[in-house]
Design a protein. Structure first.
Lengths: 367, 337
């Protein structure tokens, strides 16, 4: 096994760092120095050949201790390019975190634990948030350009009522009806096109046209037609989700193999029976593909449509109004809510897909 | 070889000479799209006032969802045209905006209602739907509703607020009983749409006692400490004031200059001529010369913002007369032209 050059680099950087200037902090606080030495010791031990079940917790622990040490240093006043000691130590910490992610991924693979599999991505997420906070604080970045995660968390917790009201307006009242109507209409038209091929030549290009319309052009027109409230936002979502669902339904209905179609014919199955028992189940992977894509599009559509005229509640309104007021932390809080909502919707649809399309080769477990 | 050396030497001297005579670059971010509301700056550029002041000025038009304070905070402009409410709110968030000149002495913001909706006075507002602009323009409305004691959350005792896009559709489509308009712009869009002034009821914010200072010039207060920069700003204010003084006396010609500068082709000559006349009414004041910030108007604006909790403490150093005083060296608006 070759030498772990990354860990060696981390150790070297970590040992040199305390000797460099730390700007306004003048010198490392005692607690920070003590914790940093512990972190370096952990990194040194990691150089030895350890089993994954020891290496992972050691690496994570060392990284955590090192992170606390550097945050204490930042607190003491180390700022900007006058504090190279801090940034060199941050690079050492970055290498250590890298190795921690690697070791936990190895442990997850070894024990086949679903929980440990998530450890590496979670570590990466925490590292990104930590680095974000350190850079904003360390380089005195104006908060109106990019607020630190602590300020964003503060905005989330102090304005929970507003965020919930916005979520209800955008997601529950605008997006869900629009999503249901758009996907439903796309599906029904898809089945119609399949039944009566004459429509295929006419409706597909029209559907293509509808999906190519830019939201920023369509939204003000919808506001004029349907008013300021959720109806116009739902209309925009319908336009955006109709075509992907239509195309995927048509592709899905064509997916059933010739053998299975012939088998249904030998059973004297009618069109409706064939559709219900064979073709629709075979179309499920395509339909769920469309549903997943549409969940993202619908959220984007609902939020962007709210930029163009809305009662004063809703995620799009909140982003637009708070940007105007330079309350960027609130904008980010809304972004976090939108990201979590989008991911949760996608995840929920994936779970339903897993139960309904368990037979698909992509979901069958390898023996 | 000798000829090459000689050529390079000449080129170098030429470059040095041009650099020495190069004008100081200034970028101004407007609050809205190219229109007569900003005629002074276009006139100054067109008539060479900026060139005479040794300035190379780039005028950046604004638009929907462009907040001039953010452009300045990000370093995209040296001076911005902004309303005092948005500037003070941004100042409290850490953007070091300082008023160096106040162009509009009077407010043009008003609420325009259809007589047919039944609104005759502010007492009729509860239960109505009102269109309000956001993006820094909502503060006067919030201050007014606070003064009247109406909630903006809707309901029978409060008003329902619509985030009005920057057009007059909600009134024309009967989606709102009243909408926000400017005396010089959207009001005339309503008239152009075929509605007669006799069908409208207009509430001017200045008449209701909730007017707050509108278009003024704001620069980065931290940078003003540098004398060369302050001098550049003073020359800019002088050239702009001179251009405004000319524009308010020659409104139609100024409108033509603005029209020529409009790259989008969205403006019409008639609309700009009307706008320029209305803008002139907001600028010319018997008390205050062009560009002079009356400290009393400033105090009134700050009081309203504090009462509305838009700012939590009195701003320090949010305005200065130094730049305007220095600008009088090049153009004195108090002297008769």
């Amino acid at each position: 096994m070759g030498r772990d050059y990354i860990l060696i680099a981390a150790l070297l950087a970590g040992i040199v760092a305390p000797f460099l200037s730390v700007g306004n902090a003048e010198s490392w606080p005692t607690a920070a120095m003590a914790l940093w030495i512990v972190a370096l010791a952990a990194a040194a031990i990691l150089l030895l050949p350890l089993s994954a079940s020891w290496a992972a917790p050691l690496a994570i622990g060392g990284a955590a201790v090192g992170a606390v040490a550097l945050y204490l240093l930042l607190d003491a006043g180390a700022r900007g390019l006058a504090a190279p000691g801090l940034w060199l130590a941050m690079i050492a910490l970055a290498f250590l975190v890298w190795r921690a992610m690697e070791r936990s991924a190895a442990l997850g693979a070894r024990t086949k634990s679903r929980f440990l599999d998530l450890a590496a991505p979670i570590l990466l997420g925490i590292w990104i948030v930590y680095l974000w906070q350190a850079i904003i604080v360390g380089f005195d970045v104006p908060h109106v350009l990019l607020p630190p995660p602590t300020e964003i968390a503060g905005a989330i917790f102090s304005s929970t009522g507003t965020l919930v009201a916005d979520f209800v307006q955008t997601f529950i009242r605008s997006m869900i009806p629009g999503y249901a109507i758009g996907c439903g209409a796309g599906f029904l038209v898809g089945v119609l096109v399949d039944r009566i091929p004459f429509f295929q030549r006419g409706l597909l290009p029209l559907g293509n046209l509808a999906s190519a319309l830019p939201i920023v052009a369509v939204a003000p027109i919808m506001v004029m037609w349907f008013g300021f409230d959720w109806q116009s936002k739902a209309a925009v979502v319908v336009i955006m989700t109709f075509f992907p669902m239509l195309v995927n339904t048509i592709a899905g209905l064509a997916a059933l193999g010739r053998f299975e179609l012939d088998l249904m014919r030998t059973y004297a199955a009618s069109y409706g029976q064939t559709l219900r028992m064979a073709r629709l189940p075979a179309a499920m992977p395509f339909i769920f593909n469309a549903l997943k894509v549409n969940s993202t599009l619908a959220l984007i559509g609902a939020i962007v449509a709210e930029f163009f005229g809305t009662p004063i509640v809703g995620m799009g309104f909140r982003i637009s109004a708070e940007v105007g007021r330079m309350n960027i932390a609130m904008v980010w809080a809304t972004i976090v809510v939108a990201a979590v909502t989008g991911s949760a919707a996608y995840g929920a649809i994936s779970l339903v897909e897993r139960s309904l399309t368990f037979w698909h080769p992509s979901l069958r477990k390898v023996a | 070889m000798k000829r090459l050396l000689a050529f390079t030497a000449c080129a170098g001297f030429l470059a040095a000479a041009t650099a020495a005579n190069a004008a100081d670059p200034v970028t101004i971010q407007l609050k809205w799209v190219t229109q007569a509301q900003f005629a002074g700056y276009y006139v100054a550029k067109d008539k060479g006032f900026y060139k005479d002041a040794n300035l190379d000025v780039t005028i950046k038009p604004g638009g929907p969802d462009i907040a001039p304070e953010q452009v300045l905070a990000a370093g995209g402009a040296d001076v911005i045209v902004d309303w005092m409410t948005a500037a003070l709110a941004a100042r409290e968030k850490g953007v070091p905006l300082t008023n160096i000149a106040q162009i509009f002495q009077r407010e043009g913001l008003e609420l325009t209602c259809l007589k047919s909706s039944g609104v005759k006075s502010p007492k009729d507002f509860p239960g109505r739907t009102l269109g309000v602009w956001f993006f820094g323009n909502e503060y006067p409305f919030m201050a007014w509703m606070n003064k009247l004691g109406y909630s903006t959350e809707g309901g029978p005792k409060g008003v329902t607020v619509l985030k009005q896009a920057f057009n007059v559709d909600p009134l024309l489509q009967h989606q709102a009983d009243c909408i926000s308009t400017m005396t010089y712009n959207e009001y005339w869009q309503v008239i152009d749409a075929g509605i007669k002034p006799s069908q409208l009821v207009v509430f001017k914010y200045s008449d209701e006692g909730v007017g707050v200072l509108e278009d003024g010039l704001y620069a980065n207060g931290d940078k003003l400490k540098d004398t060369a920069y302050a001098d550049k700003m003073a020359r800019f204010v002088a050239a702009s004031d001179k251009a405004w003084a000319w524009a308010v006396k020659n409104t139609d010609a100024a409108a033509k200059i603005v029209l020529a500068a409009d790259t989008t082709g969205a403006q019409t000559e008639k609309h700009q001529e009307v706008m320029m006349k209305e803008i002139a009414k907001l600028i010319v004041d018997s008390k205050n010369p062009i560009g002079y910030l009356d400290p009393k108007d400033y105090d009134r604006t700050v009081e309203e913002l504090e009462a509305q909790k838009i700012i939590t403490k009195k701003p320090e150093g949010a305005w200065t007369h130094d730049v305007w005083d220095a600008s009088k060296k090049w153009f004195d608006p108090t002297k008769k032209m």
